[in-house]
Design a protein around this ligand. Structure first.
Ligand SMILES: *Cc1c(COP(=O)(O)O)cnc(C)c1O
Length: 377
């Protein structure tokens, strides 16, 4: 989508890793992979192609527009827009392209009913709020929802969805169980009238840690891209085998000497404690490398960790290569992932933890600000 083209850095996406992660999460027909936000920054169409090749029969997008991009590329899977239909155009397009509209309030039911007719019924998705406090029908809304659906025979409730707020947090287990109970009660009431309606509750954390949230359809996003939502918790082992699909590389532009006492980059936050060699790399905060990690950003060159030094600039940054004598201009530094080497690859979690954020954010930003290249193996 809106990838910055003017940078020598590259976001590498390993499609085989996506395929393996998808297979680890269960039977393809029962998964609805989440490809919102340009597939978490990995690129909607290449990711959808890979997952369709691995048997995906459904996709959860964010916007109807993303669903339209899938239809225009020839995908015939079930498509659900998780943000709903935001404009009159969205409603028209969803209808025209057989995208299953998300019905999250009484108004949505009325709008969908106005577009459908009994000669050509419309399969719709009912969104329930079981405790996320975001979109959807609450338990109290269910009787009126059933009345509205009875009055709209052209609508076929095909799937019920709800979203877990804290399935990745072992201490919040009672809350997750409450959500499960509320979702079960609401969908039982609807399924008494529409027994063929499928149910989908589990996100990545639910799919990995809560078998009871799987119902007919699971809706993982993050885990497909290799993120373990349970990392850092006592349940981390449940997502251990997932592999990151995204890597980030940047070329060495120049190698220079830094004499003891010389400072480097903006603000002079790094002064050479001894004579040093540094490599200047073509990547910076314009490419989602967090400036807040200046002087503390791990990266690898030739499979070895090399400390980043000085402030991260807009399109450049420096690394201390005093301990590596074989680095040349044109070599690639790996800010995330990269080929195996003596030192472990840097992961999106390594960036996220000191920033007190989650790797979801890192993936989206890196993927949207670096040209993407795809690796099939
Ligand atoms: C993003 C999202 C998901 C996927 O969540 P992950 O934690 O990435 O697995 C599932 N359902 C809804 C409604 C979402 O917004």
């Amino acid at each position: 989508m809106s990838v910055c083209e003017f940078t020598p850095s590259r976001c590498h996406v390993n499609l085989a890793a996506l395929r393996r992660n998808f297979a680890r999460l269960g039977e393809a027909a029962r998964l609805m992979p989440v490809v919102k936000a340009d597939a978490y920054g990995h690129g909607l169409l290449p990711v959808a192609r890979t997952l369709a090749g691995a048997g995906a029969r459904r996709f959860a997008v964010g916007l109807v527009d993303e669903g339209r991009a899938l239809r225009e590329a020839g995908f015939d899977q079930q498509i659900v827009p998780l943000l709903g239909q935001l404009t009159p155009d969205d409603w028209q397009r969803a209808r025209a392209l057989d995208i299953m509209p998300l019905l999250a309030c009484a108004d949505d039911v009325a709008r969908a009913a106005a577009l459908a007719d009994t000669a050509r019924p419309w399969r719709v998705v009912l969104k329930f709020d079981s405790g996320m406090g975001r979109l959807g029908f609450a338990p109290d809304d269910v009787p009126a929802l059933l009345d509205a659906l009875r009055a709209a025979p052209s609508l076929r409730p095909a799937l019920a969805v709800s979203h877990l707020a804290a399935a990745d947090t072992p201490e919040e287990s009672p809350y997750t169980l409450d959500q499960l109970a509320r979702f079960t009660a609401m969908t039982d009431a609807v399924r008494a009238v529409y027994p063929e309606m499928e149910r989908s509750l589990g996100n990545s954390a639910g799919t990995l840690a809560w078998p009871e949230t799987r119902f007919e359809v699971c809706r993982p996003g993050y885990a497909i891209y290799g993120g373990n939502p349970l990392a850092g918790t006592s349940w981390a082992g449940k997502g251990q085998s997932l592999e990151w699909a995204m890597s980030l590389s940047a070329p060495v532009i120049q190698i220079r000497r830094l004499a003891k006492g010389q400072s480097i980059s903006y603000g002079r936050i790094f002064t050479a404690p001894r004579d040093m060699r540094v490599a200047v790399l073509g990547c910076g905060y314009a490419n989602a490398v967090p400036r807040a990690l200046s002087n503390a950003l791990p990266l690898r060159l030739h499979g070895r960790r090399a400390p980043q030094v000085g402030r991260v600039c807009m399109g450049m940054m420096m690394a201390d290569i005093t301990a590596l004598d074989d680095v040349r201009p044109g070599d690639r530094a790996w800010l995330l992932g990269g080929p195996d080497g003596p030192d472990a690859p840097v992961t999106p979690d390594d960036w996220a933890a000191p920033l007190e954020t989650i790797a979801y954010e890192i993936l989206c930003l890196v993927g949207m600000t670096n040209p993407r290249v795809y690796d099939e193996n």
